[in-house]
Design a protein around this ligand. Structure first.
Ligand SMILES: C[S@@+](CC[C@H](N)C(=O)[O-])C[C@H]1O[C@@H](n2cnc3c(N)ncnc32)[C@H](O)[C@@H]1O
Length: 274
């Protein structure tokens, strides 16, 4: 007999959400530059043992492996790990791909030289549990590095736009973009990590011709937007969501009507584990 508890049910829903749509194509379309930025900021080098948490298709894991590190790419969603494995194999790179919940990492204490996450760990619902796990599996003197969308930036704005249409968050869950707040992050890590880099940067997005193409891309491919749209549809509010997404795309467009340009702000945080 199999038993499930509420946490397993919640994680199963999250796994299905991230497997929906086509997240791998979003990485290829505009997210690829983030991984190498994080890997560089973490100082990843040959022979280091590196853990990428919520690695998805290996956006940070693969550039870390290219630098000669021994990399474990972990994620809740096996479909994304499979896509990452295929990408790495095509590049002739060998990594370990491990299904794992960031709130309960299946690794021993102090196992890694570098523990990093590119816009990944921020999506697990219980922030303190995740932070405790990142610290636990990193060796003293090792490096913890995170890239997280900020609350004030464009993806923070997207989550605010989707919020009224989304299913109610589970009890105890905190909003993902909080990880991009300096104060929130300091509170999560406390004095266990000496932060050496804490800077806001932007990912420039020029892959979409018209501003509304951005919203369409998310509605077709991004798990959280797909889940929100399904809930809006159930509640007869899909047209309202579409209008809110259209306003959002126009509001954040820094380019023209025929050559859209967006800036997605993220917090780059790197520190040494005490
Ligand atoms: C926005 S994607 C980021 C993926 C990748 N790091 C990147 O830079 O493209 C968020 C990732 O978080 C993963 N995720 C969500 N909740 C998780 C959890 N509780 N534990 C581990 N991974 C989780 C999803 O499966 C997804 O791969």
């Amino acid at each position: 007999m199999t038993t499930t508890n509420p946490d397993q049910e919640l994680k199963a829903r999250h796994r299905a959400m991230w497997a929906s749509g086509d997240y791998p194509s979003m990485v290829e379309t505009f997210l690829l530059p983030l991984g190498p930025v994080l890997v560089e900021a973490c100082g990843v080098g040959p022979d280091m043992r590196v853990l990428d948490v919520a690695a998805g298709t290996g956006n940070a894991s693969i550039p870390a492996a290219e630098r000669g590190a021994s990399v474990v790419a972990s994620d809740l969603t096996p479909e994304l790990l499979d896509a990452g494995r295929a990408r790495a194999e095509a590049m002739g790179l060998e990594l370990e791909w491990v299904e794992a919940d960031a709130e309960h990492l299946p690794f021993p204490d102090e196992d890694f030289d570098v523990v990093m996450s590119s816009i990944g760990a921020m999506f697990a619902p219980h922030h303190q549990e995740v932070a405790d796990e990142l610290v636990r599996v990193c060796r003293p003197g090792g490096t913890i590095g995170l890239a997280s969308w900020t609350p004030e930036g464009m993806i923070g704005g997207l989550f605010r736009t989707m919020g009224p249409f989304a299913p109610p968050p589970p009890p105890g869950a905190q909003p993902p973009p909080l990880w991009g707040s300096e104060d929130h992050l300091r509170g999560l890590l406390g004095d266990r990590v000496e932060l050496t880099t804490l800077e806001r940067r932007v990912l420039e997005v020029t892959a979409f011709r018209q501003p509304l193409d951005y919203g369409k891309h998310f509605k077709e491919r991004y798990g959280p937007t797909i889940t929100t749209a399904a809930n809006a549809r159930r509640n007869g509010r899909e047209a309202e969501l579409d209008a809110a997404l259209a306003d959002f795309c126009h509001e954040w467009n820094l380019g023209t009507d025929d050559e859209a340009r967006f800036e997605q702000e993220y917090l780059l945080a790197v520190g040494t584990r005490n």
